[in-house]
Design a binder for this molecule. Structure first.
Ligand SMILES: [Ca+2]
Ligand SMILES: [Ca+2]
Ligand SMILES: [Ca+2]
Ligand SMILES: [Ca+2]
Length: 464
């Protein structure tokens, strides 16, 4: 295996993928930031993308496509009614039956919400409202989403939920504040619209009694892995851990935390490209359930900072064939030669092929010289969106390629939320769809014009 921080050997030319044009999914005034995207495995032309709306009291943007992203049905959901007044932190996943599962948070309480769509995202119904446990305090965390719990900070607050579904079930994990513990809950799934109740919250052990900014994945045998970092605040750094429930909905709970990596990215680490909201290490997981050569392999990505508070952040990659007991050494996925920022990485496995796609915000072309990656003459504060992929189980990755046609600037959004805490990507049947927030107006249809509020973007990347 290659040494730490050495780029994985590039064996595939970037031309192995076809990057489609940038698509403005939201075409909506105001900021769309912190995005989710999912593709239906029973109809790979069915793409669903969502964004938090930091500028309005409640609601999410939702775009639904049934033609691979060419046309979209656009709506704002969750301004009341069945779904409630949605705050933020939405995440999406399709299961193998074509159920679309969504987790999200409300403005009005600290619960973890789950909604289900059986029509490809056109309609969503609330199916569960989980009350986090461990109410050991009475104060909401200082880092809660700015929109959460207007007028009430009493009791326990679930935050940062993530959701994943496999052939046997759907699982969500989250952080419970103020004690900053990680919990998870799952439900059996057996067909389109056929599911059981979500289980009582199950504790996910943490190494130092704390965990946040997590992710959840379900494996081919029903096992569940959760990752999290142990620092909720600060810029100094964090340790990233995983924990596994080996039998999912069976009687065995989550096992002891296992160390994954040490990052110099803390809980709220400020970089010039995300100057107000900051970034966390944003560890994310993907499980190969393809039944192929690498079935059962788990992939992890996270953000490193080369030197503390240098703003030179990088996207790191590791994999495990033994449910996280051991991991390959971390390798850097971004192949630039700059000291600029790469942040908010997203990963997805194509369960039809076992291919791995990774995308991230990338400031490599912002040299502050007025070039195409620079909007303002200042180095390392503008971001494009870049990606890479692997067709051999993560042994090698393609040369990085630029996905967004333009460069965006977070300060120009006039929102302290910047691009949000995360973005996501989906990969199905040889097509990779990353989602990102963009104010370059490269497509000419952002209602706020160029370098103002963000729209939600995607692009269709074909990986044959
Ligand atoms: Ca740092
Ligand atoms: Ca970097
Ligand atoms: Ca710049
Ligand atoms: Ca917008």
């Amino acid at each position: 295996m290659l040494a730490l921080a050495v780029l994985v050997t590039t064996a595939l030319p970037a031309t192995a993928a076809t990057v489609g044009p940038s698509i403005d999914v939201s075409v909506m005034p105001g900021n769309e930031a912190e995005n989710a995207v999912a593709v239906n495995p029973t109809n790979p032309l069915n793409v669903v993308a969502m964004s938090t709306l930091p500028d309005v009291p409640s609601g999410l943007f939702e775009g639904v496509s049934f033609d691979g992203g060419q046309t979209w049905t656009r709506s704002v959901i969750g301004t009341g009614g069945d779904l409630g007044e949605i705050c933020c932190d939405e995440q999406l996943t399709f299961d193998p039956y074509g159920n679309l599962w969504m987790t999200y948070l409300l403005n009005t309480n600290g619960d973890i919400l789950i909604a289900l769509s059986t029509d490809g995202g056109l309609t969503l119904d609330k199916v569960a409202e989980i009350v986090p446990t461990k109410p050991t305090g009475s104060k909401a965390p200082s880092n809660a989403h700015p929109k959460r719990l207007r007028g009430s900070t009493k009791g326990v607050l679930g935050d940062q939920p993530s959701i994943s579904a496999g052939p046997d079930g759907v699982w969500v994990s989250w952080t419970s504040f103020p004690s900053t513990v990680v919990e998870a809950s799952g439900a059996a799934v057996s067909g389109l619209g056929l599911h059981g109740s979500f289980s009582a919250p199950e504790a996910v052990p943490t190494a130092n009694g704390k965990g946040d900014f997590g992710d959840t994945v379900v494996g081919p045998d029903g096992q569940v892995m959760v990752t999290y970092q142990d620092q909720t605040n600060g810029q100094g750094g964090s340790r990233i851990y995983t924990a596994v429930d080996p039998d999912g909905l069976g009687g065995t709970g989550f096992g002891n935390p296992r160390f994954l990596a040490r990052s110099r990215v803390g809980g709220f680490d400020y970089i010039a490209a995300q100057p107000d909201r900051s970034v966390d290490a944003e560890a994310n997981l993907a499980f190969d359930r393809s039944g192929g050569l690498h079935d059962g392999r788990i992939y992890a990505i996270w953000t490193q900072e080369v030197k503390n508070e240098s703003d030179d952040t990088d996207i790191m990659f590791q994999s495990s064939d033994d449910n996280g007991a051991t991991w390959t050494p971390a390798v850097r996925l971004n192949d630039d030669a700059t000291k600029n920022s790469q942040f908010n990485p997203a990963i997805a496995v194509d369960q039809a092929t076992g291919f791995v796609g990774v995308g991230w915000y990338d400031a490599r072309n912002d040299l502050g010289n007025g070039g195409p990656g620079d909007t303002d003459g200042v180095r390392n504060d503008d971001a494009q969106f870049w990606a890479t992929f692997s067709t051999d189980g993560g042994a090698t990755f393609a040369s990085n390629f630029q996905v967004s046609q333009g460069a965006s600037n977070a300060a120009d959004t006039e929102s302290g939320f910047d691009y949000g805490d995360y973005t996501h990507a989906a990969f199905q049947s040889n097509t990779f769809y990353p989602a990102w927030s963009d104010n370059s107006n490269s497509t000419g249809d952002n209602p706020d014009g160029t370098l103002h509020q963000l729209d939600l973007y995607t692009a269709k990347i074909s990986v044959p």
